[in-house]
Design a protein around this ligand. Structure first.
Ligand code: ATP
Length: 230
């Protein structure tokens, strides 16, 4: 992978222990009364710059719910979550890769990668330039003009990673990013995520059912019935 000039270098990595996300006694309950379902409870954890963590656990154990809380896409029912490095506005500083197709069908690959940048306020030309740089950096320049329907599942997930790279977040959250891929493509996507996180000096969290994917990250946290063992 070549690195575009605008990407942060490794020089800030050493010794930077800034907490990106801090969770204390976090809970998320869906529904109320007799229908209440405790999806996450008493989760206390912290993510710092440079952390690379796999979250494993059975289906329904609360992984997706926790990732949405960490990404600021959902609010806890109880407990406290903060993003010390991001202030009150974590969005835009956190890149998310979802499990299924996440590219907009009418837009080509470059437009899909550029779209979040345009939404964040970048001009069209600069957004396109950064999108093309991100695609080139991970070897997908040839696909810039392709439509999502022309991509394989593995290519589509790599484009989703390019979209994260272009946005240069300090925290990358991926929810089962390899669920629909064979083992070779899964490995490629995870290696790409870890490399992008390293290049951006970002933390990376991947929820996965796949022990081979988890084994590629230095830390594993396990969820069970909404509780997290770090
Ligand atoms: N929006 C929702 N409303 C009600 N219950 C929900 C909602 N989202 C998730 N749940 C429930 O919360 C629990 C945790 O779900 P969650 O999707 O976080 O688990 P998971 O570990 O990510 O599962 P999987 O591995 O199958 O994706 C499950 O019992 C699920 O049915």
């Amino acid at each position: 992978m070549t690195t575009p000039d605008h990407l942060p270098g490794a020089e800030r990595r050493a010794g930077d222990m800034t907490a990106l996300v801090t969770c204390r006694q976090l809970a998320r309950v869906y529904g109320r009364g007799t229908n209440a379902l405790v999806a996450v409870h008493e989760v206390t954890c912290e993510l710092r710059l440079g952390d690379q963590v796999a979250i494993t656990g059975p289906s329904g154990s609360g992984k997706t719910t926790l990732l949405h809380l960490l990404a600021g896409l959902d609010h806890p029912t109880a407990g406290r979550i903060s993003w010390p490095a991001f202030g009150d506005r974590p969005r835009g500083r956190i890149g998310v890769v979802f499990q299924g197709p996440s590219l907009l069908p009418p837009l080509n690959v470059a437009e899909n990668v550029a779209l979040p940048l345009i939404i964040a306020g970048l001009g069209d030309a600069e957004a396109k330039e950064r999108a093309l740089a991100a695609l080139a950096a991970i070897g997908l320049a040839d696909l810039a003009g392709s439509l999502p329907e022309e991509l394989s599942g593995g290519q589509a997930q790599r484009v989703a990673v390019a979209r994260v790279l272009a946005a240069e977040p300090r925290l990358i959250i991926a929810d089962e990013p390899t669920a629909q891929l064979d083992s070779g493509h899964a490995r490629r996507v995870v290696d790409l995520l870890t490399e992008v996180a390293y290049r951006l000096d970002a933390a990376l969290v991947i929820a996965t059912h796949d022990p081979l994917v988890a084994a590629r990250l230095p830390k594993t946290w396990t969820m069970s019935d909404g509780a997290l063992a770090c």
